[in-house]
Structures are given as C-alpha cells and as structure tokens.
Design a protein around this ligand. Sequence first.
Ligand code: KIV
Ligand code: ZN
Length: 505
Amino acid sequence: MYIDEVKGTMKLPERVRIFDTTLRDGEQTPGVALTVDEKIRIAKRLDNLGVDTMEVGFPASSEGERKAAREIVELGLDAHICGLARTIKNDIDAAIDSGTDYIHTFIGTSPLHREYKLKKGKEEILNMAVEAVEHIKDHGITAEFSAEDATRTEFQYLKEVYQAVESANVDYINVPDTVGVMIPVSMRYLISELKNYLKVPLSVHCHNDFGLAVANSLSAVEAGAEQVHVTINGLGERAGNASLEEVVMALSIDYGVDMNINTRLLMDASEQVSRITGIRMPPNKAIVGENAFAHEAGIHVHGVLEKAETYEPLTPEMVGHSRKIVLGKHTGANAIKSKLDEFGIELTGEQFDQIYDQVKKLGDKGKCVTDADLKAMSETVLGRAENEVVKLEGFTVMTGDNVMPTATVKLNIDGKIGTAARTGVGPVDAAINAIKSLMSETAHMELKEYNIEAITGGPDSLAEVFVIVGDKKGNNAIGRSAAEDIVLASVEAVLYAINRILVEK
Ligand code: KIV
Ligand code: ZN
C-alpha cells in the first residue's frame, strides 16, 4: 500500500534471487539434525519451489554433510547447490570435493570476531577472504563471500574487504546481520552505501533476534540488494533467519518484485520441513500458520463470504493454503449458514436455532467448533424425532475413586415427569440404567450397541456417541448425539433412539 508514493525512494531490482539456507543455517536451529535422506527430501521440495540457490550444508564439518551435499548434487536439480566454507583451503576443498557448483565462504570481520574469535588483525582477515575467493574461482566455481557480523563491522573496513573480494572476481557479496541487530532503516542505509562502491550483486542474510529479519531483508531489497538468504519457516540459529514464505509473499504482493518461486507450493514445503525437523509453526505464523486464512469473528466472516479481499490481503490458493471459517463465540448466523450450505445440510429454522445456540454456548466455554463438530451436531439435530415422546428434563452423575458411580435422570415421558437413580460400572452405564428403569412401564428397552468417538481428538473435543437400542418386539433404532459431556452425549443418543422406536410405533 502507498507503494506508488514511495517507490521513487527505492532502488528495487527487477528480480530478486532466493538463496535458501534451510539445509545449512536452518539445520543449525537448536534441536534440529537432519539425516542425508531428510536433506534430500527437503532439497527436492526446495527445487520444485524454484529457489535459485540452496545451501545444503557445511561439507568440511562431517562425512554426513559431505555425503548429503554429494547426493544432492547427483540429483541434477535446477537450483545451484551451495556448500558453506570458512576462508580456509581445507573447508573450500571439502566443498569442491562434494561437487557443489557454488561455494559460500565467510570470515568474521567485526571487532568482536577479530579480537575474541579469530584473534587476527584486519589485514590478515582481508587477505584470507581474497585468497579464499581466488581459490574458489580457480576451480571455476561460483563464489559468494560473507563478512560475518558485517552489520557490526566498521563501515570503512567492511567496504575495503568487500572491494578486495570484488577485485578477486567474487560473484555475490553477502551482508550478514549475524546477530539480528539491524533495524530496517539502518539496513536500507548500509546497503545503499555499499551500492555506491560495489558492482557485484549484493545479498543479505538477516537473523531474527529482534523479530526484524523479514523487515530488514525487505529494506535491503528496497536499497537494491539483488538476493536474500532465507529459510523455510524462518528456521535458523537462535531466533532463526528471515522466513522464505514471508519474504517471498511480501516481495511479490507488496513490492511487485519478480522471483522464480512457485508460491502455490509454499504450504507444502512448510509442512514438510515442519514434519521433518519437528519444529511446529505457531497457528498465527504469517502465510503458513494454521490460522493464516482462518476467520472467526461474525463481521469478518460475513465480509469474507461476500468478498474474500475484505479481510484477506492474499488468497489462500496463492500459497497452497486453505480458508477456514472457525465457528465460535464471535460467529454470526451467516457463517454457520454458509458452512451448512457447503456441507449440503438443510435445516429448518428451528433446527438451525438449536445449532446456533449450541455453537454460541460452546464458544462461551472457550471451545471452537470444527467442521466435524458442526456435521455431528447437525446430524443430531436432523435425526431428532419431531414429536418426542421422551424428553430429558435433567440429570446428575456422581463418580470417583471410592464412590459407586450413580446417576439420577429426570425424564418427561409423554407429559409425565419421572426421576430415577441407579448405579452402574461407570457414569454412562449408571445413566443408561436409570433411563431403562424409567422406561420400563412404557417399553422394555435394551442397549444393543454403544460406540463413542472424540471428534477432533483433543481433551476438549466433542464426544460423538452412536447407539443401537432395541425393544422386546424386535424394533431397533440408531441413536446418535454429539456433546462436550460424554454422559450427556450418551443419554441424548439413547433417548434419540428410544424416541425413534416410540414415534414409529
Ligand atoms: O549468520 C551468519 O553470519 C552466517 C554466516 C555463515 C554467513 O550464517
Ligand atoms: Zn546465519
């Protein structure tokens, strides 16, 4: 928005290259370690997605890393396959031996790195950077150079190092915000300044320590950076790297920049990486979170159903996601109606009111009603006999460790109120025994089958109970009900079946 007003202040490149580092920095996510086979599966997915380059690991670090790099190279993917290497000959040779056609070499340049990590002076570090790039280029391999901790390096020195590697014919210069300290305006300034001195394409690698990795990457592009380092789901060291899906969608929708990414595969890629790494996305994660296209509030749902753009800046289809209308306490009648239409469920006004009340009551108790819940509730309402002979007036159950489960059930049987208390092996059994005893004067009913399911599987899931009840004359009826309370669902299901037998009689 307001892009036309500000575009003049930007130096957006025609096309931005996507350098994916899920298999390298992403694998450095605490607790994540990928097998060769897992890396291969992710690499194939990244290639389908259309990343320009994928950094597949740090070949010098282990035999497994070299094997993974080699096997990914052998797949003959479209993307460049990159190996990471310190500016050390052995590291670079390990990447060369793995057959990667692209090497990303790095050395720390900030005072902290020079003094405490490397214990080397400025000149030595600059020379190591140049020699590394020369060594890579001597092998005819694409070279990218990173000044690690670039954003905490003195500008003058950073510029010198970058100019030196440019003279050594480096192909890409990367600016890592190694500990995520930049803010968007300073990133824009830094890249603009570097652009005054360098001709090779610039790249950025932003970490998310302050939650600004995506914003900083976008700012770098505004200043003319031609490439961004990203990871699926924003995986990476500590708080992670800029997330591929967020950067790509913002660049494409908000900035109108071209990339080679098939955005419809983003959701699949995110889910696969999440499954393989065990790092689950929070529901409110942009683009790929479960709630990214979910709507609950009545006003929002009404708007979305009329025209999706009212509350969606991009369509779920664009990223391979799906829209979800969640029913809860904010839900309006419109949303429930539209869901029922979608499932082809037709209800009378009275039946609809029952569903509406149930959704609101569940919502007030903090529960969201899933599609499966709604279908089960509708089945229950639809199957209720129009003229119920037996109605539930109320029930209580008592159960516990040292108590004999006891239920007291109050029924209205054809206008006559009766109450009975019975025990059982559990509260459901006790409640059914109480119903049987109350019904004994009208008809002898037997429970022939009883099945219970938790619809969505969680502890707050609705319980759906199916029963078959029969009388002495061989009349059988199915009963079903869905409720949060197992005993209530069971009692309702049994009464439902009893009513069907009695009404049919
Ligand atoms: O964050 C970082 O600085 C890195 C380098 C290896 C580029 O990951
Ligand atoms: Zn990093």
